[in-house]
Design a binder for this molecule. Structure first.
Ligand code: GLC
Length: 432
């Protein structure tokens, strides 16, 4: 990628990096077995045996308007939903296959309703699309690393014409980027071994997508080397760490910060899992979001609706607590990025111009110390209620700030006012 293309990427991803917080939705036939979206591969289920879920699929409680309302209240700025996962089942109305929601009992294009509902509340629209396909007859099965039939002798000598799969996959992507209006994000998943980059005819795919949707942003999972000084065109617009927040954020091989988005589950599965109750707390989620932003990253948080079309109650409760926190503290997240200060002992910093946000995870004892900020703070307030905080009021504080070039700010007595995350807004005389 030439310098020009890196610049184009910066322009394309501007809104995305300001948005910071998105909702991921994994939904499909696998909600019925309810053992996660990898159930076909993990349990080596054949097409015939998996067919029962196609026959049963009838999510009559699917109300995407409710999902959109939930996402809006939760503070999500964009959403990415599975249009097809690895099992090959399409939630959208593809003319290229019969294996789609329109041919199940529910009998309609579930993606159309999703797009309309989220667009209506002003949330940017993303499509997850699996480039892996365990249902298509021309996707390699025997000997593949993940295919459910990878060890099944009957597949050993089966002829596979991979070019037919590529035509199918490109055709479906073209349907997605032409039939649903403006799409903001294309989220491909995923490359492995030699199934990567040009194996997917990725350059051609990208060109086709951009010819229809010039502003769309695309993740890095088609392959290529996203970290290279000059990445391939198809290496994508943002990097997608999964179930991890990179310790030092993400930089390319020249040390330049690059756009990235950590995707995380609320329990331990993406697709609905009936007995996985290992949910993270609202506090962990808020702090994970802060951590991403403090390192210049986004967070894409997953929900896995059940077979009836409902987002699990626990997920809704967590999202609503996080949304409640965000409604009072959004200025410290949206539009913010890393501050040029070392990670403080008590938590994290995020910054937006002259405003520095101190996310206090652990108040410790006594006034809070801000290294390097002596004489730079014009005003300090609690972000949640706007109440003023006084700096350097403690008689002992001054002597230490002189030594370390820092400033102290006292919080009201007791423990932290918000146990999820207490934010102090520091208005500086000038940006750091
Ligand atoms: C993966 C998994 C998958 C999930 C995704 C989310 O690589 O295969 O099931 O959709 O990542 O990041």
């Amino acid at each position: 990628m030439e310098v020009q293309l890196v610049l184009e990427r910066d322009i394309r991803t501007k809104w995305f990096l300001e948005a910071r917080y998105g909702m991921f939705i994994h939904w499909g036939l696998y909600a019925i077995p309810a053992r996660g979206e990898w159930v076909r591969s993990n349990e080596r289920i054949s097409n015939e045996d998996y067919e029962t879920y196609f026959e049963q699929f009838n999510p009559t409680r699917y109300q995407p308007k409710e999902w959109a309302k939930l996402a809006k209240a939760a503070g999500h700025q964009y959403v990415v939903m599975t249009t097809k996962h690895h099992d090959g089942f399409c939630l959208f109305d593809s003319q290229l296959t019969d294996y789609k929601a329109g041919n199940t009992k529910i009998g309609k294009d579930l993606i159309r309703e999703y797009v309309d509902a989220f667009r209506e509340v002003g949330i940017a629209i993303g499509f997850y699309y699996s480039i892996i396909d365990w249902h298509h007859e021309h996707y390699p099965a025997y000997g593949d690393r993940y295919h459910p039939m990878r060890e099944h002798e009957a597949y050993k000598n089966k002829e596979v014409d991979f070019s037919r799969y590529i035509a199918y996959m490109h055709g479906q992507v073209e349907e997605l980027v032409t039939n649903y209006g403006k799409i903001d994000i294309m989220w491909f998943d995923f490359s492995y071994d030699h199934m990567s980059g040009e194996k997917w005819q990725a350059e051609q795919l990208i060109q086709m997508i951009r010819s229809h949707q010039p502003d769309i942003i695309i993740d890095n999972r088609l392959g290529g080397n996203f970290m290279a000084a000059e990445p391939e065109n198809y290496a994508g617009d943002f990097y997608s760490p999964e179930q991890i927040i990179p310790p030092g954020g993400v930089v390319d091989e020249l040390g330049r910060p690059v756009p990235w988005e950590a995707c995380l589950t609320l329990n331990n599965h993406w697709g609905y899992h009936a007995s996985d109750n290992a949910y993270k707390s609202p506090r962990q989620i808020v702090r994970a979001l802060v951590e991403c932003v403090s390192k210049n990253g986004n967070m894409l948080l997953n929900v896995g609706p059940d077979a009836e079309g409902e987002i699990p109650k626990q997920s809704k409760e967590i999202l609503s607590s996080v949304g409640d926190w965000l409604s009072r503290n959004s200025r410290s997240i949206y539009g913010c990025k890393a501050a040029s200060l070392a990670k403080p002992e008590w938590g994290r910093y995020t910054q937006n111009g002259r405003f520095l946000y101190a996310h206090i995870f652990d108040r410790g004892i006594g006034p809070i110390y801000f290294q390097g900020l002596k004489g730079k703070i014009k005003r300090a307030r609690l972000l949640a209620d706007g109440s003023e905080l006084r700096s350097g009021t403690m008689w002992m504080a001054e002597q230490y700030s002189d030594i370390e070039g820092g400033a102290f700010i006292s919080l009201p007595g007791g423990d932290l006012p918000d146990e999820l995350n207490t934010v102090i807004e520091l208005e500086l005389y000038e940006p750091l």
